[in-house]
Design a protein around this ligand. Sequence first.
Ligand SMILES: [Zn+2]
Length: 329
Amino acid sequence: MSFSSKTKKELCRIESANCCQKAECYGLLLFGRSFSLQSITLTTESRETAERTAELVARAAGVYVDVKTSPPRRGDQRSACTLSVPGSSQIEQVLHQFGYTGKEISLRMNLANLDHECCRSAFLRGAFLSCGTVTDPARDYRLEFVVPYRNLARDLTAFLRDIFELDATPGIINRKGSFVVYLKGGDHVADLLTFLGAGSSAMELIQVRMLKEVRNEVNRKTNFETANIEKTASAAARQMIALKKIFACGGVSLLPEELRELALLRYQNPDLSLRELGQNLEPPLSRSGVNHRLSRIMELAEHLRGSDLEQGAEPERGRTRAGSRSERG
Ligand SMILES: [Zn+2]
């Protein structure tokens, strides 16, 4: 079951006061597929939402809705359920109940339907059950309301922004002819879920986020260590290339006396750390001492490359190489 379906299931178990039942019913119908003199309908894939809507409309508006089930769309397992208020007189009755004539030019929110503070949460719960989704926190932290009407979407945005507990800055985008009001970010989504009454879903989101953070931290540290190991390994590899070149060009006698023992030791033990190399020298040498001598060996190998090229076809650069040769000698 998706995180969204689980959240809706949790919300549908909430028992609320009469005032809140009316407010939730209003949210469900207003944010449904249509809310006008022609029809009042709501489509949902959540069986729980369908049952709750039917019950709330009966209780709060005294109307029994028609329920139609359509077979699942391709690639989907769940069937969609369409609820509609039957007959024009009952449609008028419901519209009237919530302060509408059905002749409004543009559909807006009527805050007079929210009698008390407690009703704000119930109203939003209805809106979410009707047109909302929340993304699985393993993927992202995002909650959306897909609203068919522009001004209604704007009203919802303002309503969300005004709820002190949420401290939210919802965004609004146009998608396939609908207006999507969305909240992003783990904290904001968890706060809204809590405000709607989905405490378990909010908790699940917070736990998933904590796990992700711990995992990222571990990854960050391991990557850092791997990078260090690779750095050491590639330094040793570069030393080996330099040493091979020295041996190919005439051997360890090319090196000053104090570097010869270390050169041989490194060549025979490519896996030893600098500290271990130092301990195996006679007399022993510190890590930084070893590092310094290895750098000198590398440098000398560089100059060897120069003298190799000198035998090639670049006479105009000879002076530089002469210079480097004199350094070597
Ligand atoms: Zn209430």
